[in-house]
Design a protein around this ligand. Structure first.
Ligand SMILES: [Zn+2]
Length: 689
């Protein structure tokens, strides 16, 4: 299935000479990745072997820096490939992903299990005090030593071989998991006739009409399982039968019998992860994963989740009571179900705050909110953004912006905002190239990917306030990548502990909510009028609305993640049964569903990144809630000196600093957890409004 083109230049491996040395997307074809991977892997292997076999005694330069410089082509090919797999996939790319996942995993294992290389790293680490390293170099060496030991260096050969097998199998399963979710999402379309549209606001009808037309049902209306389509449908549709049908399909992604069933995949992954942790000497996979985080132990993460769980259950019960009353007032006598919650919460919000989503959306134009995110970055960090139309991208839906400071380029930023069927669901930041200064300044190329619904014909895409928050969130991650100012790739940008990495992104969300930003950028798409002050006030007042629900749907997912991965002997694991058991143990209300159920929990199964780590968002929220108060305390949300410390200690620092020290450098003290409960309205004070 892979074609090689002997003698032909492969654009993936040629020097990229266009603006920002960006990948030449116009020249790259899906069927060229396999050959490019093969060549780049061989190169990387030869480079590693040469470093390991160097007859000179190990030095920081001939070992650590040499490794940091190696594998350049592999980085190029892999970063383009994995970005495209997420954003603009096709059958060829999916096949290459399945083929390459185990091969790349084996390559990674071979690197970490290379005894000669590890011996050099270990010798340097043992002598680290005498090497005259600067603080960043010392941190790089420490990371290398830790990564080697956490990947099995130094273990007996049989254990190392088994770790490599496990890694390979996990990589294949993770790739399949993500593809199955995408397949289930692609396969589903709720087709509506005009009489099925009761309660739906204009923006949703317009996007549903467009979706149906694109999928070959002109004149009808379509709801997909993309969050930007199904969530507003659940919020507004007055057809309980349709809400239930759509919700059940959404909730069952990855759980259908047949070739997209993720249940056996998740079970096998949990089993293999537990085995890996045991080989490395840890009590469970959660213990292994948490050892290299700010939280350090599963117990610390559980303690945090439990500290919000009880007040959130109390708040959610009050919320549910109010929704039940609303339903009763309409003459309904059913108990609120998960497919009713959003619908009645929307009504409740309207009643309590005189606020409805349909009223907010016309003021939240995608283009203006992108400008708002740029504006805040300008005020805080002096960045300017200029759209470039001369840089070929991988899809016409994506946009490129040159990022500069003091007239000098800093980064290339790619924004890919709208949903399409070739894109995975969710929102994320990634890079095509990370920042470093190993051989002169290498500027980063950062991408933000989102799944906002397109607007109706000739109309802008209009966002919900949650969508807008997502845009700011991912842009916060983007800034972490763009402002990175470190020497070594290993410490660049978002290469930090998982429970610290959400701090720069969640902190950035706070600027969206500031009246100063909304007045300037929340402009009506038809009249250009700014959002009325009364609406801004209502929006701010409603910030703590429905936080019992939001906290529980999130925390339940985080607790199920930990309970799956605290399992030391997960033989014959039925992941759905375990999920149900955990939900019963924690007392999950019937009316609320997990934000991500196990069979489609891509954070923890589609790759490794958030496995036993979904709690990280809440951990980082301690930091962002407390951190934003630093600006409030000055009375200026763009306070220059506070912004400078935030830049130096957090956004520019990548992984070059200890996280507690980085936070204290910015804030002047350790974080206080009270701000988190205040932010969510769970601190016992009556809800505002
Ligand atoms: Zn994030």
């Amino acid at each position: 299935m892979t074609k090689s083109h002997p003698g032909e230049a492969n654009p993936l491996l040629e020097p990229w000479t266009g603006p920002f040395e960006a990948p030449p997307f116009d020249l790259i074809r899906s069927d060229e990745f396999r050959a490019a991977f093969d060549r780049a892997l061989a190169e990387a292997r030869a480079e590693t072997d040469a470093i390991a076999a160097n007859p000179e005694p190990p030095t920081f330069a001939n070992t650590i820096e040499a490794v940091e410089r190696s594998g350049k082509n592999l980085d190029k090919v892999a970063s383009v490939f994995f970005n495209l797999v997420g954003t603009d996939s096709d059958e060829t790319l999916e096949a290459v992903e399945r083929d390459m996942a185990p091969i790349l995993s084996r390559h990674r294992s071979a690197f970490f299990l290379n005894e000669a290389l590890f011996a050099r790293v270990a010798e340097l680490y043992a002598n680290r005090a005498k090497l005259g390293l600067d603080p960043e170099q010392a941190r790089v060496l420490e990371r290398y030593h830790l990564n080697f030991t956490r990947n099995g260096a130094g273990l007996p050969p049989a254990a190392k071989a088994r770790l490599a097998d496990i890694g390979e199998r996990l990589a294949s399963l993770g790739a399949q998991f993500g593809q199955n979710v995408l397949a289930d999402e692609k396969a589903y379309l709720l087709i509506l006739d005009i009489e099925d549209l009761g309660g739906l606001p204009d923006f949703l009808i317009a996007s549903a009409a467009r979706i149906a037309a694109e999928r070959g049902h002109p004149g009808k209306y379509g709801i997909t399982l993309s969050r930007s389509s199904i969530e507003p449908f659940l919020q507004f549709s007055n057809r309980r039968d349709l809400r239930e049908r759509a919700f059940r399909a959404w909730s069952a992604r990855g759980e259908s019998d047949g070739h997209t069933d993720n249940r056996p995949i998740a079970a096998e992954m949990v089993r293999l992860r537990a085995e890996r942790a045991a080989l490395l000497g840890y009590e469970s996979f959660a213990h292994f994963r948490l050892a290299d985080t700010m939280a350090k132990t599963p117990q610390a993460a559980l303690d945090l989740l439990e500290s919000v769980w009880t007040p959130a259950v109390r708040r959610a019960a009050e919320e549910e009571g109010a929704l039940q009353k609303l339903a009763a007032a309409e003459g309904e006598n059913f108990a609120i179900a998960p497919w009713d919650w959003r619908y009645y919460a929307e009504k409740q919000r309207k009643a309590e705050f005189d606020l409805d989503e349909g009223e907010i959306k016309p003021y939240l134009q995608l283009g203006k909110l992108i400008e708002a995110a740029f504006y805040a970055a300008n005020r805080l960090f002096g960045l300017s953004f200029t759209e470039r139309f001369d840089i070929p991208l991988y899809n016409k839906g994506a946009r490129a912006f040159e990022v500069a400071r003091d007239g000098k380029p800093v980064a290339l930023f790619i924004g890919d905002y709208l949903a399409r069927s070739s894109k995975r669901s969710g929102a994320w930041m990634s890079d095509f190239r990370g920042q470093h200064k190993l051989d002169g300044a290498q500027l980063p190329i950062i991408v933000n990917v989102m799944n906002f619904a397109q607007g109706g014909e000739g109309e802008p895409s209009l966002l919900s306030f949650d969508d807008a928050r997502t845009l700011f969130h991912e842009f916060g991650h983007g800034l972490h990548g763009m402002l990175s100012d470190v020497t070594y790739p290993t410490l660049s940008g978002t290469n930090v502990a998982r429970d610290f990495v959400e701090f720069p992104s969640q902190l950035y969300e706070h600027w969206l909510e500031q009246p100063e930003i909304l007045r300037r950028f929340a402009l009506h798409y038809e009249t250009g009028a700014p959002m009325p002050e009364t609406l801004i006030e209502k929006l701010v007042a409603a910030r703590k609305f429905n936080q019992g629900f939001a906290t529980l749907e999130y925390a339940a997912s985080a607790l199920v993640d930990l309970s799956l991965h605290l399992n030391a002997t997960p033989e014959d694991l039925d992941v759905v049964a375990l999920e149900q058991k955990e939900l019963a143990r924690i007392g999950m209300p019937e009316a609320i569903a997990m934000r991500h159920r196990t069979p489609h929990f891509q954070h923890i199964f589609s790759g490794e990144s958030y496995s036993a780590g979904y709690y990280s968002y809440l951990w980082s929220e301690i930091l962002d809630a407390d951190g934003f108060e630093a600006f409030h305390e000055t009375g200026d949300i763009f306070h220059t000196e506070t912004a400078r410390r935030l830049h130096d200690f957090v956004y520019a620092a990548g992984g070059s600093r200890d996280y507690e020290a980085a936070y204290a450098g910015f804030r002047g003290r350790a974080p206080s957890p009270e701000a988190l409960l205040r932010k969510r309205g769970l601190d016992g004070a009556p809800a505002e409004g």
